[in-house]
Write a protein that binds this ligand. Structure first.
Ligand code: HEC
Ligand code: HEC
Ligand code: HEC
Ligand code: HEC
Length: 156
């Protein structure tokens, strides 16, 4: 074969060699798949401890049950029973140590985020009971009439 065919091939081989060499220096020694094989893919093994030490901020509703049983009880059978408490009250983190209290958001916006009636037919979000904020008791807080934990009026 002619030289002009071989030359580009050497360039490519040279590049591959350089990449392998650089990789040798910059990839950390503990970069591997860990004891559970490929379950978690390739990662730094030292990174596992960093993630274990990472504080969870989202605690889920079961966490609230220890201290706010009456709220958990109140919403049993309510259409809102499936909504995580933290969806409305914000992330609990180390509450009640830090923050001491969670927010009580009494604004209409809190509810309208999910209950503004949508016209478009394509998304399932439109199946959620919707109201027109301009028509439905404008100016009044939703929670003046609806209990946020048990919003169906006929059941209150
Ligand atoms: C270890 C007990 C404990 C746990 C667990 C806990 N709370 Fe609390 N919570 C408290 C205490 C204590 C207060 C302060 C009570 C007060 O001052 O009226 C508080 C206050 C609140 C307030 C403010 C009440 C007000 O009147 O201002 C909200 C809202 C709240 N918690 C929601 C939650 C939610 C949601 C969860 C679960 C993610 C949760 N809490 C988990 C103990 C707890
Ligand atoms: C749909 C939104 C929403 C969800 C979900 C929700 N809350 Fe609330 N919660 C509110 C609002 C709004 C208020 C303030 C009501 C008011 O002031 O009239 C409130 C008030 C409270 C209060 C303090 C006032 C009181 O009545 O004692 C506590 C404590 C509380 N919620 C805990 C919880 C817990 C625990 C859960 C989950 C089991 C939860 N909330 C789920 C919206 C919500
Ligand atoms: C995170 C989304 C979300 C938020 C925020 C939320 N809701 Fe709901 N709400 C739902 C879901 C889901 C249902 C049950 C499905 C349904 O009935 O369409 C529901 C049901 C209801 C119902 C019963 C509707 C019916 O005809 O059965 C009322 C009333 C209601 N919510 C009022 C409120 C009020 C008032 C607030 C604010 C305090 C609020 N919601 C905040 C998601 C939400
Ligand atoms: C002055 C009292 C009042 C206020 C304020 C109010 N509502 Fe209502 N709402 C009602 C009544 C009454 C009904 C009809 C009875 C029922 O469905 O329980 C209703 C029905 C609903 C329904 C069910 C609609 C359906 O098609 O099934 C939703 C969702 C709702 N309201 C959400 C809200 C939201 C979100 C706000 C605040 C933006 C709000 N409401 C403010 C009194 C009120």
């Amino acid at each position: 074969m002619k030289n002009h065919v071989w030359r580009p091939l050497f360039v490519v081989l040279g590049l591959v060699a350089v990449i392998l060499l650089v990789r040798l220096f910059i990839v950390p020694d503990d970069f591997s798949v860990g004891e559970r094989g490929y379950m978690y893919g390739y990662h730094r093994l030292g990174n596992e401890q960093e993630w274990k030490d990472f504080k969870t901020k989202f605690r889920t509703s079961t966490y609230c049950n220890d201290c706010h049983e009456e709220k958990m009880a109140e919403r049993v059978g309510s259409p809102h029973a499936l909504i995580e408490c933290e969806n409305c009250h914000g992330l609990a983190g180390d509450h009640p140590d830090n923050p001491e209290k969670l927010t009580l958001d009494r604004s209409r916006e809190l509810c309208l985020r999910c209950h503004t009636r949508l016209a478009y037919p394509s998304s399932q979000r439109k199946d959620l009971a919707g109201i027109d904020p301009q028509e439905h008791n404008p100016g009044d807080a939703c929670v003046d009439c609806h209990n946020p934990h048990r919003p169906n009026l006929e059941e209150m």
